[in-house]
Design a protein. Structure first.
Length: 475
């Protein structure tokens, strides 16, 4: 068993060391090992090794890549930083994410971290002059390390050299001229500053003097104003006292007058009270008198009502007797009239039945004659109702035109068959009504035909009726 387990562990068991950490991912999640070991099966796990050794990173900024200081000077600088991965689980995990396999490649680490170091060095150099960098090199490097803290674990740092960039004669002369100009500008600024301070002191002194003068003037004016106010106050006080005394006198007079008026009012009230008592006594006597009269009137009224009731009762009894007799007589009369009416109706019924039987026994010619007789009897009423719309007609023009399928005056139909003599057996009134209705239907057709052939038939009809045409001479 041991002989079989040893090759397996030798092949699949991975161990960390003091300078190499292990991160296993895959089945079971991420596991970071700084000391110890674990099984790593190729088909389940993946192993990443992180270098824990210290790596040297050199930052060299010379010539065109030199640093620019706060005083606009170019400085050549060479610095060395010694960095390593923080030996904690979080540090190893962060290094595995950011560095990966480059942790064992110093050149790759240098290329990866060089940009951060250059950025930090340039930022710190830009905040110092060249003299400050020369005088406080350790502080310069410490500030760079502090700026990089949190992004890179720096074990130590070293400042190899910091010197001014070499310049040619022209650039050196320009630099000297620039320094002289800067010195002159500084001196001029200092003189202007001193002058400004002197002007400010002079202006301040002038303002203080003006302020003191103004304060004295204000104090004098205030004192004068206070005296005037005090004088006006005394005057106003005297006026108020005089007004107060006057008001007090008026008030005393008013109080005296009010007291007198109150006494008069009490006297008047007493007189009114006495007068009221007299009036009440008189009213009481009058009330007693009226009450006695009312009682007497009530007794008389009750007596009269009682007498009237007795009379009415006697009259009612008499009227009831009379009404009973009258109703009895009317009932007998009604019974007699009903019997007579019944006999009359029976007689009329018998007569109507006999008349109906006689009419039923009549022949057809007689019935036709009666029907015509009934029509003739009703004709005036019918014509009266038929002529009511004609009353609103101004005039009637009758034109007899044959050939349109209606019955003409000779009694011929549209088929040319004679309907008998003149009226076809119709009464004259019926023939007139048929002619009017026929003309009412034919006139629109005649006017339409006249319009189509260019002849005004309405004018011809008016002329035939003896009516002057529209637009003719009026005599």
């Amino acid at each position: 068993m041991s002989s079989q387990l040893s090759p397996f562990l030798n092949h699949f068991y991975r161990k960390s060391s003091r300078d190499v950490a292990i991160i296993r991912t895959g089945f079971g999640g991420q596991k970071t090992l700084i000391s110890g070991g674990c099984l790593s099966l190729p088909f389940l796990h993946k192993i990443d090794e992180i270098n824990l050794r210290t790596i040297r990173v050199e930052v060299r900024r010379v010539a065109e890549k030199s640093l620019i200081t706060e005083d606009r000077m170019r400085v050549d600088a060479e610095l060395e930083f010694y960095v390593r991965v923080q030996p904690t689980i979080e540090g190893v995990a962060t290094a595995a994410q950011s560095l990966g396999s480059k942790s064992f490649n110093p050149e790759g680490m240098r290329n990866l971290l060089e940009g951060r170091f250059i950025d930090a060095v340039q930022a710190v150099a830009a905040s110092r002059t060249m003299d400050q960098i020369h005088e406080k090199r350790s502080q310069f490097v410490a500030d760079i390390s502090a700026l990089l803290k949190g992004r890179v674990q720096i074990e130590s740092e070293a400042d190899i050299s910091v010197r001014q960039t070499q310049l040619d004669a022209t650039k050196q002369r320009l630099l000297l001229n620039q320094q002289e100009e800067e010195a002159q500008i500084s001196q001029r600024l200092e003189l202007e500053k001193i002058k400004a301070q002197s002007d400010a002191e002079t202006a301040r002194s002038r303002e203080e003097s003006q302020a003191a003068t103004e304060a004295a003037r204000i104090a004098r004016e205030q004192e004068t104003r206070m005296r005037e106010i005090e004088k006006q106050r005394e005057l106003r006080k005297s006026e108020i006292e005089a007004q107060l005394n006057s008001e007090v006198r008026k008030l005393e007079s008013s109080i005296t007058l009010s007291a007198k008026q109150a006494e008069e009012a009490h006297a008047q009230a007493a007189a009114e009270l006495a007068r009221t008592e007299v009036i009440l006594a008189q009213e009481k006597v009058q009330t007693d008198r009226e009450r006695a009269v009312a009682d007497r009137s009530l007794e008389m009224a009750v007596k009269r009502v009682k007498e009237a009731g007795e009379v009415a009762e006697a009259n009612a009894a008499t009227e009831v007797t009379v009404l009973l007799k009258r109703a009895k007589a009317e009932a007998e009369a009604t019974h007699t009239r009903a019997a007579a009416e019944k006999a009359r109706m029976l007689a009329e019924s018998e007569g109507s039945r006999a008349l109906i039987d006689a009419e039923n026994a009549l022949s057809t010619p007689v019935l036709h004659m009666k029907l015509e007789q009934y029509r003739l009897d009703r004709l005036p009423e019918i014509m009266s109702h038929m002529m009511r719309p004609i009353e609103k007609i101004d005039s009637i023009r009758i034109n007899h035109v044959s050939g349109f399928g209606a019955t003409n005056g000779a009694g011929n139909t549209a088929g040319g068959v004679s309907a008998g003599d003149g009226g076809g057996g119709k009464p004259p009134v019926t023939q007139v009504m048929d002619s009017i209705l026929g003309m009412a239907l034919q006139l629109p057709a005649l006017k339409s035909i006249g319009d189509q052939i260019g002849v005004d038939l309405s004018g011809s009809i008016d002329a035939a009726a003896g009516k002057p045409a529209p637009g003719g001479d009026k005599t």
